[in-house]
Structures are given as C-alpha cells and as structure tokens.
Write a protein that binds this ligand. Structure first.
Ligand code: NAD
Length: 349
C-alpha cells in the first residue's frame, strides 16, 4: 500500500535518515521542518528531485498552517521527530524547549486529532512521537522498561516527558491512535557536531583538546542510526496503537570508554602528523549541571513483539561514522563556519 507520510523534523539527524529510507519504498512524503540551527538543507538535497517528496519549511506549532497542510495532504501516518534536542542548550535556554517540545507538540497533536476525527478510514491512521530514553532519568541499577517511572532531570528530558504524557492522554481520552517510541543515544552520519561522538571526532581532527564531563563515568547505551531507523519503520507499521516502545542498543559504556575508543580508531584511520596518540588530547572539564549518571533501556518488548534486533556493533558503527566525517568535510565545515565552532555549552553561567 502507498502511504501518505507527514514527517515532522525530517531535516535533522534521525529524521533525514528516516526520510532517506522511507522514500525508497515509494511512499508520498512531506518533510516539514522549521530549519533551526540543527537542520541541514544538505541532508535533503538528494531527495529534491523525487516526485513523491515535498519539503515545507514550517513550525509544528503553527496551528493554522498545520491544519491546512494536514487537511490537504491527508496523511495516514504523522511521525514527529521535530524537537530541540541538545541537553546542554536546554540548560542555557529552556524556553525554546518548552515552545517546541511541549507547546509545539500540543498544537501538532490538536491538528492531528481534529483531522483524524473527520476522516472515514480511522483505522488506517497513526501518530508516532519520537521520544527518548532520557525521560526515565538516571537509573543507577537495573534497566528502564516501558512501565518504569518517568523521572526526567534536564529541561530537555522534562519537555520530552511532558509531550509523552500529553500524547498518552489523547490516546486514553479520545482513542487517538498514537504510539510513543523511546530510542537510546543514536549516532552516525549527519549528526550535528554538538553531540558527543561527532564533537569528539571533529575536535580530534582539528587537533583540539577533547573535553570529557566530570569523571567520565556516565553510562550511555549507543545505537547506530541504521538500526534505529529500521526499528522506527518496523514499529510504525507493526506496532500496537497506544503502546510505548523502548529502542535500545545492546552496548553500554562510560563516556570515557567511548572517547578512548574513538581515539584509538582515529589512531588507525587517520594518525596524527606528530605521531602522538589522540588520547593525549583528552582532558576532564567541570560536569554538566544535573548530569544523569546512567541511562539503560530494557528493550525486550521490541525484540519479542516486533522481532527487531540491532545489527551494527558499536565497533563497526564508530568506524563507519569516523570515515563518514572524514569523507564529508564539506558537510561539517560549513556548520563549523556558520553555526557551531565546538565550544562548551550548558555551563549555566
Ligand atoms: N539523537 C539522539 O540520540 C536521540 C535519542 C533519542 C531520542 N531522540 C529524539 O529524536 C528526535 C530527532 O532527534 P535528532 O537527533 O534527529 O534531532 P536534531 O536536533 O538533529 O533535529 C531536530 C529537527 O527538528 C527541527 N525542528 C526543531 N523545532 C522545530 C519546530 N518547531 N517545527 C518544525 N521543526 C522543528 C529542526 O530544524 C531539526 O531539523 C527528537 O525528538 C529527539 O528528542 C534523539
């Protein structure tokens, strides 16, 4: 069946990978994105000639415009990746996080509900929200499953948790057909270099010091972008309405282990001119305020019910990612020049 898919936030990291993979299956796609600093038009250039694809620059919170777009396009799937996504920026300026991640989602949800109430084929429609593992907050022991307490600690995760609660309430109150997906830390090509993995790769290539927050002992669960997209696509069509799905990778490691692993891969792939190890660039900086010690997802539900499993091991995924940034310096050099130079954010000063 040919689907009409409205993708919100498809010019960012995960959204653009989703567009790339969904467009291959001959669906009609509208990619709607406000093009904030985190978006890149270069992420989209390869789709522009595709007749089944249209890009619209818009804010998910613009109710009038969203009503018009949704009523005209008649989507059977609305999937929302649009968000402010960087924890450090949420510490410096929470207001844009409230605007997009709470009020924007609220507005998008209302436009979607209004549309769904009008259509005949109600069963063929679904709304998917891309949430995050960070809504569970720090877990010192054990793992968070879909029924675990929501306990966010940063303005970013609190804004994402608020959206989850609103969406779930629309399922209970109006039977609105929605699902909430909670991926762990994604990484891979096209990720904006404020996030840990590309930040470290690019700073290392630029021979800059490699900052590690606090003791470096914070634990994260890493998921290669292709695995994440595979999971999202599978759940989009096979998932149960009203359900929440964790999407976790199988590898957890401390930030310092991760940074050292990137350094040793770079030593092999692109040795430094002075022959020193990249590890010698590592230094510890003051911790992020409110830094969650550990995220850990229990993803048994998606393994069992959707039969999805991550395929790319961190070792390989990091290699692919490093090589991509080496081969695509045009992409990140313009970001470096015009948007973000790699400086420390989120110090609460
Ligand atoms: N990257 C990760 O590791 C990760 C992990 C778990 C969950 N998530 C979630 O996945 C989603 C996508 O994350 P990402 O890493 O691709 O983010 P990103 O920052 O790379 O992209 C976000 C996109 O949303 C767009 N956007 C922002 N505000 C908007 C608005 N008001 N209206 C329309 N578009 C708007 C931006 O222009 C950008 O293209 C987010 O909801 C995020 O919370 C990300």
């Amino acid at each position: 069946m040919r689907n009409n898919i409205l993708i919100c936030g498809g010019a960012g990291f995960i959204g653009s990978h989703y567009v790339r993979s969904i467009i291959k299956s001959n669906n009609n796609v509208i990619n709607l994105d406000l093009l904030t600093y985190a978006a890149s038009k270069k992420n989209l250039s390869e789709f522009e000639k595709n007749i089944n694809y249209k890009f619209i620059k818009e804010d998910i919170g613009n109710k009038k415009k969203m009503d018009l777009i949704i009523n005209k396009f008649k989507p059977n799937l609305i999937i929302n990746f649009a968000a402010e996504t960087h924890v450090d920026r949420s510490i410096d300026n929470p207001s844009t996080f409230v605007d997009t991640n709470i009020l924007g989602v609220y507005s998008l949800l209302n436009s979607s509900l209004k549309y769904w109430k009008k259509i005949k084929n109600k069963k063929n429609f679904r709304f998917i929200q891309i949430s995050t593992d960070e809504v569970y907050g720090s877990v010192n022991t054990g793992k968070s499953n879909e029924l675990s307490l929501i306990n966010p600690s940063s303005p970013y995760s609190a804004s994402k948790a608020s959206a989850d609660h609103l969406i779930y309430s629309y399922f209970h109150t109006y039977n609105f057909p929605c699902m909430i997906l909670r991926p762990s830390n994604n990484y891979g090509p096209y990720q904006f270099p404020e996030k840990l993995i590309p930040l470290i790769i690019l700073r290392a290539l630029e021979e800059k010091k490699l900052p590690v927050y606090g003791s470096g002992k914070n634990v994260r669960n890493w998921l290669y972008i292709n695995d994440s997209i595979d999971a999202i696509k599978n759940i989009s069509f096979k998932g149960k309405i009203g359900d929440v799905y964790n999407i976790g990778g199988k590898e957890e490691l401390t930030n310092i282990q991760l940074v050292k692993s990137i350094c040793s891969k770079l030593d092999k792939i692109k040795p430094r001119n002075n022959k020193k190890k990249y590890e010698s660039l590592i230094y510890y900086v003051k911790d992020r305020p409110g830094h969650d010690l550990r995220y850990s997802l229990n993803s048994k539900k998606i393994f069992k019910k959707i039969k999805w499993n991550p395929k790319i091991k961190l070792d390989k995924g990091l290699e692919f990612t490093i090589k991509w940034y080496l081969e695509n310096s045009d992409w990140w050099k313009s970001i470096r020049k015009f948007k973000y130079k790699g400086e420390r954010l989120g110090t609460n000063k």
